[in-house]
Design a protein around this ligand. Sequence first.
Ligand code: BES
Ligand code: ZN
Length: 648
Amino acid sequence: MFNLRALSGVAHRFLTRQPHLRTMSHAARLLPNRVPHKKGPERDPSTLSNYEHFKPTNTSVNLKVHWADQKLAGSVTYDLTVDGNPDKLVLDTSYLDIQEILVNGHKADFSIGDRHPIFGSPLTITLPATTNAPNIQVKISYATTPSCTALQWLTPEQTAGKKAPYFFSQCQAIHARSVMPAFDTPSVKSTFDIEIESEHPVVASGLPIKSGSDANKFVFRQKVPIPAYLFALAGGDLDSAPIGPRSDVYSEPCDLHKCQYEFEADTEKFINAAEKIVFPYEWEKYDVLVLPPSFPYGGMENPNITFATPTLVSGDRQNVDVIAHELAHSWSGNLVTNCSWEHFWLNEGWTVYLERRIVGALEGEQQRHFSAIIGWNALEESVKLMSRDPVQESYTQLVVDLKPNGGADPDDAFSSVPYEKGSTFLFHLETLIGQAKFDPFVKHYFMHFRYQSLDTYQFIDCLFDFYANDKEVTDKLNALDWEKTLFAPGLPTKPQFDTTLADECYSLASRWKDASDASAFSAQDIASFNSSQMVVFLITLSEYEGKNGFSWANKKELISQMGDIYSLANSSNPEVIAKWYSIAILAKVESEYPKLADWLAAVGRMKFVRPGYRALNSVDPKLAKETFEKNKDFYHPICRDMVAKDLQ
Ligand code: BES
Ligand code: ZN
């Protein structure tokens, strides 16, 4: 560490007067070669915008849904405070058709730069010298095009009710730039006014506002500042039903009652539990939209209205942990946001941590640990898969580098790692510090950074500052290997989990491994298992593969019988079905290949689709490629691109 007193008087006074200057911070002391020498979060490498010079005070989105042409057209208006003297404003765009730009009501010159394969085309707007006042307004008229990756359009035939067309957006991580010209970085937050003209009902990431007599006008206000990736729209034949005192579920009318049943028992309980762990829910309403099957994620935490895959609606309320997760984002991610996708663990690691705290509060610590065991297995699997390739391996770090080679695609870096390595790290801190002392920090962290975006170094400073007067904790924190925690690839130290609920699953799996035929097994074996226990049972089977020369391919008949005895392919739970196919493929049960192909034609959630295709491709590449070709148009553009890459 450098010696302050050895500095010149001027430098000394300068540094001591600015206590949060990076060179003074705990993070800088612990990670001398990592922390940027400037105040505030690191720059986001995944945006082409010059966001450092502008701060939006509000964003107004006015769009018309052109259903027949499958496009959105209208304008976005930014009210901006300008910092410094920039002569231009650069925004992110991707496949947008830009028509006209007004700066303070006057037409402005603009140009669209060459397309970067990942980051899209920078839109450069000339700011006349006369407009360099602290506040300016920039209005951009534009339309989307069929190439916009954030939007999926469905014909009536592709929907459940077949009555109306449907569209939805998915902006995370860097697809907001294909819905509107944007500061497409999680570092920039703004309130939003959203006005949509549409013949069919529309929902958006804000609170709905009564819009008078015009039945085709849908108005929303988002009064909490949010980053562009949380902007969301969906439209179609939508109806809603209550699932709690401050919650409604939206879906196509024909599915509405099933959706209501799935979520009405748990949603408010989750909100109450989360409010005790953090602090009161700030967004007023918490709604859920259940999307068509091609929605590429399990859930997306769009503010006020979580978007969810229909695979959650299995009739047994066994997938509601996804709702706990998306709700938890209302604090981690939506109020307190990662400044770039390099620090994505701050969003997802914290969210998984909170999700499991909610589960722990409602169902007990054993259930929390059980959920963490499933997560740990996913982490092991990801690390194993990703370690085969050096770039992918670098994405097994907690904090990743997305800058090399002209910039990496955050969608390529996506995996279980930020979720599970992140939540494991927070669980480790909780254990190290003790839950009684850690709980107040959880509240403090979210209060301290709410409405802001931060990097990992600011998190570390906040942690050390919070325990500054507690020597016992400070000593423990100082003893952590921070460089390794944040930047070493691979698995962290495995926590001590309570395996009470997992033990039954382990012992059943071990019986199957040692069995020579299926005569000793019956459906009774799993009668008391919930779907998570089924998942752990199946994962445990898969983990024997390759250990001490063991291979399920030598027990093909046994696995096939197991599938029949436990009716695995007919499970109502997609997590169970997915794990069943993965073990059936390991065992090379050929009769399951076409069934897997059929399943892949019906689900669009990438978590299932990508491993499903990879598995099928490993045993029957022809069938995998044919299935993909046949169903390409069903998948969301993001999913389609990822599977195409996976299948090369
Ligand atoms: N925010 C994510 C989804 C996401 C991440 C979309 C990155 C685009 C880029 C969401 O909160 C999420 O994590 N969903 C999970 C569910 C979960 C319970 C872990 C999913 O989709 O599986
Ligand atoms: Zn999440």
